[in-house]
Design a protein around this ligand. Structure first.
Ligand code: FES
Length: 158
């Protein structure tokens, strides 16, 4: 019961921290995931209440966008966009380099290194292609040569 209350408080704090003019469902869910590493069921229920939509609609949204996760995962999560714009600007090479350095294939986790690697089909910011998301932070126009430095900042051993 205590952890549920604490989780509720965290989610309420996240909601309150959003500027009123930017309070919308997707941004809220994005912030929850950024802060907690995933979107707990409690946050889905609270989002439905606050934004006056059905829990099924919130759930549908979260499961539609593969960038959202409903379960806690690794300490660090790296997502490489493989949509068309990113693909033609070098995303496959980025994914291959991340895969090589982390010792995981896209869609896998390396619990020893505390990192997971995923790919998605467009993050909605194609002008920044190729895009990599590291722990919720979007990085645009990423070059393969930058990958070791990105991992270094995460203190992920390669
Ligand atoms: S294709 Fe990568 S952000 Fe759209």
């Amino acid at each position: 019961m205590k952890s549920r209350n604490s989780l509720t408080e965290k989610v309420e704090t996240i909601l309150a921290s959003l500027p009123a003019e930017r309070r919308h469902l997707v941004l809220f869910l994005h912030r929850v995931q950024q802060e907690l590493g995933y979107i707990p069921g409690e946050a889905l229920r609270m989002a439905a209440d606050y934004f006056a939509v059905s829990p099924a609609e919130v759930y549908g949204l979260v499961t539609f966008y593969s960038a959202f996760r409903l379960k806690p995962g690794c300490r660090h999560e790296i997502t490489v966009c493989q949509g068309t714009a990113c693909h033609v600007r070098g995303a496959p090479e980025l994914a291959a380099e991340l895969s090589r350095l982390l010792g995981v294939r896209p869609g896998q986790e390396n619990p020893e290194k505390g990192v997971s690697l995923r790919t998605v089909n467009c993050l909605g910011c194609c002008a920044l292609a190729p895009v990599v998301v590291v722990d919720g932070e979007y990085k645009g126009r990423v070059q393969k040569e930058q990958v070791p430095k990105i991992l270094e900042k995460l203190t992920v051993k390669t």
